[in-house]
Design a protein around this ligand. Structure first.
Ligand code: PEP
Ligand code: MN
Length: 241
């Protein structure tokens, strides 16, 4: 699973970006509609205005969409357009919200809380499962440590450990895991070698102008380089059982 796309859907250019990412081997397109922000005074996505671009993207590319919902109302608003619901790091420990995701039938991508231990992370998935939804994909996106050079500390241990202790798939998110575009390719590859089932990665047609998370977004050109490196890794046999 290679989920690629902008942090947030910003407008029409989302459709062209998705076409390019599809042609380069992405399997899913990401694009936030409602964005959780650290400050309520900052741009928080187009909201429901983004839905028309999501619909157009899907019509033109046939690609499945991954987007976050932060509330049951947003689950309803996005239900028809989203193929996999993302639960963000800030909400990962909201047990009632997890139950809401458990009561609907689309797969959920549960991002690790920035202060959640590996054992807690796995335990929280039970809140989704007990309500009847077993389609859970985990995502390591970095945790808070004393380190400030990077936005978060990408916990590669989590990927290897989850691979050993559960059958749930886990993705690596090197974008939020590092916060720095120049570190995304090496950490993406490290995540895959550690056992990740795929990637969630922010790509923008012009990262400098991105409204959210531009500093950690790679360009389409860089995404192409990454996909080439993944292909070489596959051929090397490192992923063989
Ligand atoms: C995101 O994927 O854009 C996002 C907000 O991620 P996280 O919840 O991991 O911070
Ligand atoms: Mn983001």
């Amino acid at each position: 699973m290679i989920i690629a796309g902008p942090c947030a859907i910003e407008g029409k250019e989302f459709v062209d970006l998705a076409k390019q990412l599809k042609s380069l081997g992405a399997t899913h397109i990401r694009g936030g509609v409602f964005k959780p922000r650290t400050s309520p005074h900052r741009w928080a996505g187009l909201g429901t205005d983004a839905i028309k671009w999501a619909v157009e993207m899907k019509e033109q590319t046939g690609m499945p969409l991954v987007a976050e919902a932060m509330h049951w109302k947003q689950i309803e608003q996005l239900y028809d357009v989203v193929d996999i619901f993302q639960i963000g790091s800030r909400n990962q420990t909201d047990s009632e919200l997890l139950r809401d995701f458990g009561r609907q039938d689309k797969p959920v991508l549960l991002k690790r809380g920035m202060a959640t231990s590996i054992e807690e992370f796995l335990m929280y998935t039970e809140y989704i499962r007990v309500e009847g939804n077993n389609k859970i994909i985990l995502c390591e996106r970095g945790i808070r440590t004393f380190e400030t050079y990077t936005r978060n500390t990408f916990d590669i241990n989590c990927i290897a450990a989850v691979r050993k202790i559960t059958k749930m798939p886990i993705l690596a998110d090197p974008s939020h895991g590092t916060g720095r575009a120049e570190l995304v390719i090496p950490i993406a590859l490290a995540g895959l070698v550690a056992g990740a089932d795929g990637l969630l990665i922010e790509v923008h047609n012009n990262p400098v102008l991105a409204k959210t998370d531009g500093r950690q977004s790679i360009t389409v050109e860089e995404f192409k380089i990454l996909m080439g490196k993944i292909e070489k890794l596959k051929q090397s046999g490192v992923f063989d059982e």
